[in-house]
Design a protein around this ligand. Structure first.
Ligand code: OGA
Ligand code: NI
Length: 333
Protein backbone atom coordinates (compact mmCIF):
# COMPACT_ATOMS: atom_id res chain seq x y z
CA UNK A 1 0.00 0.00 0.00
CA UNK A 2 1.27 3.45 -0.90
CA UNK A 3 1.44 5.62 2.15
CA UNK A 4 2.22 9.28 2.23
CA UNK A 5 3.17 10.80 5.56
CA UNK A 6 1.39 14.09 6.02
CA UNK A 7 3.04 17.13 7.56
CA UNK A 8 0.88 18.65 10.21
CA UNK A 9 1.44 22.16 11.47
CA UNK A 10 5.18 21.98 10.71
CA UNK A 11 5.78 25.46 12.09
CA UNK A 12 4.71 24.70 15.67
CA UNK A 13 7.32 23.68 18.28
CA UNK A 14 7.18 19.91 18.90
CA UNK A 15 5.57 20.12 22.35
CA UNK A 16 2.81 22.38 20.99
CA UNK A 17 1.78 20.22 18.06
CA UNK A 18 -1.12 18.82 20.03
CA UNK A 19 -3.58 21.55 20.94
CA UNK A 20 -4.10 19.85 24.30
CA UNK A 21 -0.33 19.70 24.93
CA UNK A 22 0.44 23.36 24.24
CA UNK A 23 -0.20 26.33 26.51
CA UNK A 24 -3.85 27.27 27.19
CA UNK A 25 -4.84 29.74 24.45
CA UNK A 26 -6.67 32.99 24.92
CA UNK A 27 -6.86 33.69 21.18
CA UNK A 28 -6.80 31.41 18.15
CA UNK A 29 -3.26 31.04 16.79
CA UNK A 30 -3.00 32.09 13.14
CA UNK A 31 -2.41 28.57 11.92
CA UNK A 32 -5.90 27.50 13.10
CA UNK A 33 -7.85 30.47 11.66
CA UNK A 34 -9.69 28.96 8.71
CA UNK A 35 -10.40 30.91 5.54
CA UNK A 36 -13.88 32.50 5.62
CA UNK A 37 -15.45 29.95 3.25
CA UNK A 38 -14.70 27.12 5.68
CA UNK A 39 -15.72 28.82 8.90
CA UNK A 40 -18.95 27.70 10.52
CA UNK A 41 -20.80 30.95 9.82
CA UNK A 42 -23.92 31.33 11.98
CA UNK A 43 -26.04 31.40 8.82
CA UNK A 44 -24.82 27.96 7.82
CA UNK A 45 -26.25 26.18 10.83
CA UNK A 46 -29.95 26.29 10.30
CA UNK A 47 -31.29 24.36 13.22
CA UNK A 48 -30.87 21.38 15.39
CA UNK A 49 -32.24 17.90 15.23
CA UNK A 50 -32.37 14.96 17.53
CA UNK A 51 -31.43 11.83 15.69
CA UNK A 52 -34.09 9.14 15.25
CA UNK A 53 -33.88 6.67 18.15
CA UNK A 54 -34.00 2.99 17.23
CA UNK A 55 -34.65 0.60 20.09
CA UNK A 56 -32.89 -2.64 19.21
CA UNK A 57 -35.01 -4.44 21.80
CA UNK A 58 -38.13 -4.07 19.60
CA UNK A 59 -39.36 -6.61 17.05
CA UNK A 60 -37.00 -7.41 14.20
CA UNK A 61 -39.40 -6.22 11.46
CA UNK A 62 -39.86 -2.86 13.14
CA UNK A 63 -36.13 -2.37 13.73
CA UNK A 64 -35.24 -3.35 10.19
CA UNK A 65 -37.74 -0.89 8.77
CA UNK A 66 -36.60 1.90 11.10
CA UNK A 67 -32.97 1.46 10.01
CA UNK A 68 -33.76 1.63 6.31
CA UNK A 69 -36.05 4.66 6.87
CA UNK A 70 -33.36 6.49 8.86
CA UNK A 71 -30.80 5.73 6.14
CA UNK A 72 -33.12 7.15 3.49
CA UNK A 73 -33.79 10.33 5.47
CA UNK A 74 -31.17 12.03 7.69
CA UNK A 75 -28.63 9.21 7.34
CA UNK A 76 -27.67 9.23 11.02
CA UNK A 77 -29.55 7.59 13.88
CA UNK A 78 -29.04 6.56 17.49
CA UNK A 79 -29.49 3.10 18.91
CA UNK A 80 -30.51 2.15 22.45
CA UNK A 81 -30.81 -1.29 24.04
CA UNK A 82 -27.87 -2.17 21.87
CA UNK A 83 -25.99 -4.49 24.19
CA UNK A 84 -22.86 -2.41 24.87
CA UNK A 85 -22.87 -2.31 28.65
CA UNK A 86 -23.22 0.95 30.53
CA UNK A 87 -19.88 0.43 32.41
CA UNK A 88 -18.11 -0.25 29.09
CA UNK A 89 -19.33 3.11 27.73
CA UNK A 90 -18.67 5.15 30.89
CA UNK A 91 -15.21 3.59 31.38
CA UNK A 92 -14.32 4.37 27.75
CA UNK A 93 -15.41 8.01 28.16
CA UNK A 94 -13.43 8.29 31.38
CA UNK A 95 -10.14 6.82 30.10
CA UNK A 96 -10.32 8.85 26.88
CA UNK A 97 -10.86 12.09 28.78
CA UNK A 98 -8.03 11.13 31.14
CA UNK A 99 -5.72 10.41 28.21
CA UNK A 100 -6.02 13.95 26.91
CA UNK A 101 -5.43 15.35 30.41
CA UNK A 102 -2.08 13.51 30.73
CA UNK A 103 1.09 15.61 30.87
CA UNK A 104 2.22 16.72 27.39
CA UNK A 105 5.24 14.36 27.39
CA UNK A 106 3.03 11.28 27.91
CA UNK A 107 0.88 12.18 24.91
CA UNK A 108 3.75 13.31 22.71
CA UNK A 109 5.38 9.90 23.23
CA UNK A 110 2.77 8.60 20.75
CA UNK A 111 2.77 11.64 18.44
CA UNK A 112 3.29 10.94 14.75
CA UNK A 113 2.51 12.77 11.52
CA UNK A 114 2.89 9.57 9.51
CA UNK A 115 -0.62 8.65 8.35
CA UNK A 116 0.53 5.06 7.80
CA UNK A 117 1.13 4.51 11.52
CA UNK A 118 -1.76 2.38 12.78
CA UNK A 119 -1.51 3.70 16.32
CA UNK A 120 -0.67 7.34 16.89
CA UNK A 121 -1.59 10.67 18.37
CA UNK A 122 -1.88 13.63 16.03
CA UNK A 123 -3.58 16.96 15.67
CA UNK A 124 -6.39 17.73 13.24
CA UNK A 125 -5.98 17.63 9.52
CA UNK A 126 -4.77 20.45 7.34
CA UNK A 127 -6.65 22.70 4.94
CA UNK A 128 -3.78 24.29 2.99
CA UNK A 129 -1.57 25.60 5.77
CA UNK A 130 -4.40 25.81 8.34
CA UNK A 131 -5.18 23.17 10.95
CA UNK A 132 -8.48 21.97 12.36
CA UNK A 133 -9.04 22.36 16.11
CA UNK A 134 -8.92 18.71 17.11
CA UNK A 135 -6.46 16.28 18.67
CA UNK A 136 -6.87 12.60 17.92
CA UNK A 137 -5.72 9.28 19.34
CA UNK A 138 -6.01 6.61 16.65
CA UNK A 139 -5.90 2.95 17.62
CA UNK A 140 -5.87 -0.02 15.26
CA UNK A 141 -7.67 -3.11 16.49
CA UNK A 142 -7.62 -6.53 14.82
CA UNK A 143 -10.57 -8.87 15.24
CA UNK A 144 -9.98 -11.12 17.13
CA UNK A 145 -7.99 -8.58 19.12
CA UNK A 146 -5.10 -10.93 19.99
CA UNK A 147 -2.18 -8.81 21.11
CA UNK A 148 -2.98 -5.70 19.02
CA UNK A 149 -3.74 -3.71 22.16
CA UNK A 150 -0.09 -4.10 23.26
CA UNK A 151 0.75 -1.28 20.84
CA UNK A 152 -1.71 1.13 22.44
CA UNK A 153 -0.70 3.70 25.07
CA UNK A 154 -0.19 2.21 28.53
CA UNK A 155 -1.39 5.39 30.25
CA UNK A 156 -3.97 5.82 31.68
CA UNK A 157 -3.39 2.42 33.27
CA UNK A 158 -6.74 0.94 32.20
CA UNK A 159 -6.80 2.33 28.66
CA UNK A 160 -5.91 -0.93 26.86
CA UNK A 161 -8.35 -3.12 28.73
CA UNK A 162 -11.19 -0.58 28.59
CA UNK A 163 -10.73 0.32 24.91
CA UNK A 164 -10.56 -3.34 23.89
CA UNK A 165 -13.72 -4.19 25.79
CA UNK A 166 -15.59 -1.19 24.36
CA UNK A 167 -14.40 -1.83 20.80
CA UNK A 168 -15.32 -5.52 20.78
CA UNK A 169 -18.79 -4.88 22.18
CA UNK A 170 -19.37 -1.98 19.81
CA UNK A 171 -18.30 -4.03 16.79
CA UNK A 172 -20.90 -6.62 17.81
CA UNK A 173 -23.60 -3.93 17.58
CA UNK A 174 -22.29 -2.76 14.21
CA UNK A 175 -22.37 -6.28 12.79
CA UNK A 176 -25.91 -6.81 14.07
CA UNK A 177 -27.00 -3.53 12.44
CA UNK A 178 -25.44 -4.70 9.18
CA UNK A 179 -27.36 -8.01 9.39
CA UNK A 180 -30.58 -6.07 9.93
CA UNK A 181 -29.74 -3.77 7.04
CA UNK A 182 -29.07 -6.78 4.83
CA UNK A 183 -32.53 -8.11 5.58
CA UNK A 184 -34.06 -4.66 5.05
CA UNK A 185 -32.36 -4.31 1.67
CA UNK A 186 -33.01 -7.93 0.67
CA UNK A 187 -29.35 -8.65 0.18
CA UNK A 188 -28.15 -12.19 0.79
CA UNK A 189 -27.84 -12.60 4.58
CA UNK A 190 -24.05 -12.97 4.68
CA UNK A 191 -23.35 -10.04 2.34
CA UNK A 192 -21.57 -7.98 5.00
CA UNK A 193 -19.56 -10.91 6.41
CA UNK A 194 -16.09 -11.68 5.05
CA UNK A 195 -13.62 -9.22 3.52
CA UNK A 196 -15.98 -6.25 3.50
CA UNK A 197 -15.93 -6.11 7.32
CA UNK A 198 -12.92 -8.34 7.96
CA UNK A 199 -10.25 -5.64 8.24
CA UNK A 200 -10.60 -5.01 11.96
CA UNK A 201 -11.41 -1.65 13.49
CA UNK A 202 -10.02 1.84 13.55
CA UNK A 203 -10.85 3.54 16.82
CA UNK A 204 -10.56 7.31 16.75
CA UNK A 205 -10.71 9.18 20.00
CA UNK A 206 -11.42 12.75 18.90
CA UNK A 207 -10.65 15.46 21.42
CA UNK A 208 -11.79 19.03 20.75
CA UNK A 209 -10.34 21.44 23.34
CA UNK A 210 -12.36 24.63 23.93
CA UNK A 211 -11.68 27.03 21.08
CA UNK A 212 -10.98 30.68 21.99
CA UNK A 213 -13.22 31.65 19.04
CA UNK A 214 -15.38 28.87 17.56
CA UNK A 215 -16.47 31.16 14.71
CA UNK A 216 -12.91 31.00 13.30
CA UNK A 217 -12.14 27.31 13.81
CA UNK A 218 -13.66 23.96 12.96
CA UNK A 219 -13.05 20.72 14.83
CA UNK A 220 -13.44 18.43 11.86
CA UNK A 221 -13.85 19.35 8.22
CA UNK A 222 -16.96 18.38 6.25
CA UNK A 223 -16.41 14.75 5.26
CA UNK A 224 -18.01 11.42 4.47
CA UNK A 225 -16.75 8.37 6.34
CA UNK A 226 -15.27 6.02 3.74
CA UNK A 227 -16.04 2.69 5.38
CA UNK A 228 -19.33 0.80 5.69
CA UNK A 229 -20.53 1.71 9.17
CA UNK A 230 -19.33 3.96 12.01
CA UNK A 231 -20.53 3.86 15.60
CA UNK A 232 -19.96 6.95 17.70
CA UNK A 233 -19.89 7.49 21.43
CA UNK A 234 -20.63 11.18 21.16
CA UNK A 235 -20.50 12.36 24.80
CA UNK A 236 -22.68 15.08 26.27
CA UNK A 237 -21.13 18.17 24.64
CA UNK A 238 -22.70 19.16 21.30
CA UNK A 239 -20.58 19.76 18.19
CA UNK A 240 -21.55 17.26 15.49
CA UNK A 241 -23.35 18.75 12.48
CA UNK A 242 -24.96 16.83 9.64
CA UNK A 243 -25.68 18.04 6.12
CA UNK A 244 -29.43 17.80 5.65
CA UNK A 245 -31.40 19.19 2.71
CA UNK A 246 -28.60 21.59 1.81
CA UNK A 247 -28.02 22.94 5.31
CA UNK A 248 -25.95 22.08 8.38
CA UNK A 249 -28.09 20.74 11.19
CA UNK A 250 -26.53 20.48 14.62
CA UNK A 251 -27.12 17.16 16.26
CA UNK A 252 -28.40 17.34 19.82
CA UNK A 253 -26.41 15.17 22.21
CA UNK A 254 -27.71 11.63 22.12
CA UNK A 255 -28.98 9.95 25.29
CA UNK A 256 -26.09 8.80 27.54
CA UNK A 257 -26.98 5.15 26.92
CA UNK A 258 -27.18 5.60 23.12
CA UNK A 259 -24.62 5.15 20.37
CA UNK A 260 -24.98 7.16 17.19
CA UNK A 261 -24.58 5.39 13.90
CA UNK A 262 -23.86 6.45 10.32
CA UNK A 263 -22.96 4.68 7.12
CA UNK A 264 -20.04 5.55 4.88
CA UNK A 265 -19.22 5.73 1.17
CA UNK A 266 -18.76 1.97 1.01
CA UNK A 267 -22.49 1.45 1.61
CA UNK A 268 -23.25 3.98 -1.10
CA UNK A 269 -21.16 1.92 -3.54
CA UNK A 270 -22.59 -1.44 -2.46
CA UNK A 271 -26.17 -0.19 -2.85
CA UNK A 272 -25.32 1.45 -6.20
CA UNK A 273 -26.26 4.82 -4.71
CA UNK A 274 -29.66 3.86 -3.25
CA UNK A 275 -28.45 4.70 0.24
CA UNK A 276 -26.24 7.76 0.55
CA UNK A 277 -23.54 8.36 3.08
CA UNK A 278 -24.09 11.69 4.75
CA UNK A 279 -21.60 14.53 5.02
CA UNK A 280 -20.86 15.73 8.53
CA UNK A 281 -18.49 18.03 10.41
CA UNK A 282 -17.72 19.10 13.95
CA UNK A 283 -17.90 22.65 15.27
CA UNK A 284 -15.98 23.79 18.35
CA UNK A 285 -17.22 25.08 21.64
CA UNK A 286 -15.74 27.98 23.59
CA UNK A 287 -16.41 26.69 27.07
CA UNK A 288 -16.18 22.94 27.11
CA UNK A 289 -13.80 20.33 25.78
CA UNK A 290 -15.55 17.61 23.78
CA UNK A 291 -14.33 14.03 23.48
CA UNK A 292 -15.94 11.51 21.13
CA UNK A 293 -15.02 7.96 20.20
CA UNK A 294 -15.66 6.74 16.65
CA UNK A 295 -15.38 3.02 15.87
CA UNK A 296 -15.00 2.28 12.16
CA UNK A 297 -15.57 -1.28 10.90
CA UNK A 298 -13.07 -1.68 8.06
CA UNK A 299 -12.73 -3.96 5.02
CA UNK A 300 -9.64 -6.09 4.54
CA UNK A 301 -6.91 -3.88 3.04
CA UNK A 302 -6.84 -4.22 -0.73
CA UNK A 303 -10.38 -5.64 -1.07
CA UNK A 304 -12.18 -4.96 -4.32
CA UNK A 305 -15.46 -3.20 -3.64
CA UNK A 306 -18.31 -2.66 -6.12
CA UNK A 307 -22.10 -2.48 -6.31
CA UNK A 308 -23.94 -5.65 -5.19
CA UNK A 309 -25.56 -7.56 -8.05
CA UNK A 310 -28.88 -7.21 -6.26
CA UNK A 311 -28.78 -3.48 -7.07
CA UNK A 312 -27.92 -3.80 -10.72
CA UNK A 313 -30.54 -4.10 -13.40
CA UNK A 314 -31.58 -7.45 -14.81
CA UNK A 315 -31.78 -8.21 -18.54
CA UNK A 316 -33.27 -4.84 -19.41
CA UNK A 317 -30.28 -3.23 -17.67
CA UNK A 318 -32.39 -0.35 -16.42
CA UNK A 319 -30.16 0.09 -13.38
CA UNK A 320 -26.58 0.33 -14.66
CA UNK A 321 -23.74 0.54 -12.12
CA UNK A 322 -23.08 4.09 -10.98
CA UNK A 323 -19.77 3.10 -9.38
CA UNK A 324 -16.79 1.25 -10.82
CA UNK A 325 -15.43 -1.52 -8.61
CA UNK A 326 -12.35 -0.15 -6.84
CA UNK A 327 -9.77 -1.20 -4.31
CA UNK A 328 -10.96 0.15 -0.97
CA UNK A 329 -7.71 1.90 -0.08
CA UNK A 330 -7.86 3.86 -3.35
CA UNK A 331 -11.40 4.92 -2.79
CA UNK A 332 -12.21 8.54 -3.45
CA UNK A 333 -15.48 10.25 -4.04
C1 OGA B 1 -15.33 10.96 12.62
C2 OGA B 1 -16.44 11.87 13.00
C3 OGA B 1 -17.65 13.00 14.74
C4 OGA B 1 -17.49 13.50 16.14
O1 OGA B 1 -14.49 10.62 13.51
O2 OGA B 1 -15.26 10.59 11.43
O3 OGA B 1 -17.19 12.24 12.15
O4 OGA B 1 -18.52 13.86 16.70
N1 OGA B 1 -16.56 12.22 14.30
O5 OGA B 1 -16.37 13.55 16.66
NI1 NI C 1 -16.98 11.07 10.34
Amino acid sequence: MLCVGLKILPFLPFMEKLISAGPARTSVPDCFILPPELRPSPRASSGSASLPVIDLGRGRDEVRRAIVDACRDIGFFQVVNHGVSEPAMRDMEAVCEEFFKLPAADKMAYYSEDTCMPNRVFSGDMYGDKGYWRDCLRLACSIPVGDTSKDWPDKPRRLREVAENFAVQTRGVGMELLRLLCEGLELRPDYFEGDITGGGLAIKVNHYPPSPDPSLTLGMRPHHDKNLITLLLAGSVPGLEVAYKGEWISVEPVAPDALSVNFGLLLEVVTNGRLKSVEHRVVNNSALARTSVAVFILPVAGSLIGPAEEFLGGDDNDDPPSYRPAIYNQFTR
